[in-house]
Design a protein around this ligand. Structure first.
Ligand code: BES
Ligand code: ZN
Ligand code: ZN
Length: 490
């Protein structure tokens, strides 16, 4: 990762190969800005401009929120853009100034750290190693707008360490999600979990097929049946000395979703290696929270399997026996995530959670509803949904609450089993999937449960914000922010 360090010097005094100036709302009235050059080249503060003569990179930022000089996420995005631009040039060091408070700087650091992200394990030709390109960013201790806003070394360390842990954890999730399905199998997920456990002294339990049978996880097992790769239930535990609450996270870990016998059309199958994004997110989240030594007990549970076809595949018309004791009529084998999740959620409830959150690339309908960049928040507890929404938004992730209603409940009724795995209407698919999960949540946990559908932002095939094309690490920042709040307030 890129090194970032705080200097005692002003921007002009700080020595570096180049300077980065973030121009907020086209405000070019600042001593660091060279107005003559900008005039000559017609740069008015929008987009990126590199002044070769003075070695200054200008990056324009538009403020979104009139209440705030500018949004932390806009600053993060500008940081990412700046690093991507500089990476292509032969400069080893760059300097920046201070923009806003500790939270703003944390955001900027995260954007900069993620600006170096590439996934090129499978490329024969790799980009130049960091020893040949940008190595270090110096933070001059001077505020951009001239106000008195220096950063104390403690605040710098706090902001930088949090950004570094988040960036490393998001990279961990991204790398795993981007890994092709023939390599990233359920066993790969289990190995990754074991590595995370070892590094952070977490308890690690890996359940194999025999364990799933013993636990009567008939829904999870059915999804796995036609796969050449055995399934795994992964359970990591972080247990601090002092804990305010127990948070249990459950992630959908479909290492490939072909749709099963209800086969996906060719174009829809591509990117389905990313159907393990929820599982990878929960591993990344527990990694981050353990490193932050958070005062809350965290459990990360992943249901890892493929959804494939074959003579022994589970079929539409089958009836499955889920761990919670309910029967499920299969009407579409492509609605497999909810089958794996209900058995994992059943296991999770035995842990007596104070908060139970599942994260999944569950429905295309959620992407239709909210677009590619926003996750859907569902559940039966309105206050909890709002709390999660607020914290997720301040973390920089885009989320929106989706409301269940009693009319939708009827759509998953089955004539021959307790519940059907798909709704009888094609409308409201994100919600009916959420309501299906809710059928397997015990009354005492209804108020403690949230379902986060990350189908949109988990994997986008173009660069956006602080993300490169491919896996984003969606869910990591939101859940880390939520857990931190729980550790503070219970
Ligand atoms: N993994 C998919 C959902 C998905 C779609 C994730 C697009 C990311 C991008 C899920 O297993 C699925 O196929 N869901 C079906 C449900 C349907 C059969 C009721 C869907 O969304 O079409
Ligand atoms: Zn599916
Ligand atoms: Zn799926």
């Amino acid at each position: 990762m890129l090194k970032i360090s705080l200097e005692k010097t002003s921007f002009v005094e700080t020595k570096a190969d180049l300077g980065i100036v973030f121009v907020v709302d086209k405000n070019l009235k600042h001593p660091w800005v060279m107005p003559a050059v900008l005039k000559e080249f017609g740069y008015e503060g929008e987009g990126i401009f590199f002044d070769q003569q003075h070695k200054i990179l200008y990056v324009g930022i538009k403020s979104l929120n009139p209440e705030m000089p500018f949004d932390p996420e806009m600053l993060a995005e500008a940081g990412t853009q700046a690093i991507r631009y500089i990476k292509k040039m032969p400069f080893a060091t760059a300097k920046i100034g201070i923009y806003g408070d500790k939270k703003m700087m944390e955001s900027l650091f995260l954007g900069m750290l993620l600006g170096t992200y590439v996934f090129e394990q499978y490329k024969s030709k790799k980009s130049p190693p960091s020893s040949e390109t940008l190595k270090e960013i110096f933070v001059a201790n001077e505020c951009f707008d001239g106000a008195d806003c220096t950063l104390s070394p403690e605040d710098f360390d706090g902001a930088f360490n949090k950004a570094l842990i988040l960036a490393e954890s998001m990279v961990l999730a991204r790398d795993a999600i981007n890994t092709p399905p023939e390599d990233a199998t359920p066993l790969f997920m289990a190995d990754l979990a074991q590595k995370i456990a070892k590094e952070n002294q977490l308890k690690c339990f890996i359940g194999d097929e025999a364990f799933l049978k013993q636990e009567k996880m008939g829904a999870f097992l059915a999804v796995n049946r036609a796969s050449a790769h055995p399934p795994r239930l992964i359970h990591l535990t972080y247990q601090p000395k002092k804990s305010r609450a127990r948070i249990v996270l459950v992630g959908k870990g479909l290492t490939y979703d072909s749709g099963g016998l209800s086969l996906k059309p060719a174009d829809y199958m591509v990117t389905m290696k990313a159907d393990k994004s929820g599982g990878c997110a929960v591993l990344a989240i527990i990694n981050a929270l353990a490193k932050m030594e958070i005062q809350a007990e965290i459990h990360a549970i992943v249901g890892a399997t493929e959804n494939m076809i074959g003579g022994n595949a589970y079929k539409p018309d089958d009836v499955l026996f889920a761990r919670e004791g309910k029967t499920i009529e299969v009407r579409n084998t492509d609605a497999e995530g909810r089958l794996v999740l209900v058995d994992c959620l059943s296991y999770a409830q035995d842990l007596k959670p104070d908060y139970l959150i599942d994260i999944a690339t569950l429905t295309g309908a959620c992407v239709v509803a909210l677009g590619e960049y926003t996750s859907g928040i569902m559940g039966h507890n309105e206050a909890l949904k709002t709390r999660f929404e607020d914290l997720a938004l301040t973390s920089g992730e885009l989320v929106a609450k989706l409301p269940f209603n009693r009319h939708l409940n009827k759509l998953i009724e089955s004539k021959i089993a307790d519940v059907s795995n798909v709704a009888s209407s094609r409308y409201g698919g994100a919600l009916t999937a959420g309501i299906f999960l809710g059928e397997f949540i015990r009354p005492e946990y209804k108020d403690k449960w949230l379902h986060i559908d990350i189908a949109g932002p988990a994997y986008v095939e173009k660069d956006w914000g602080i993300h490169t094309a491919g896996a984003s690490g969606a869910g990591v920042r939101a859940c880390v922010a939520f857990a931190q709040d729980v550790a503070k307030r219970g």
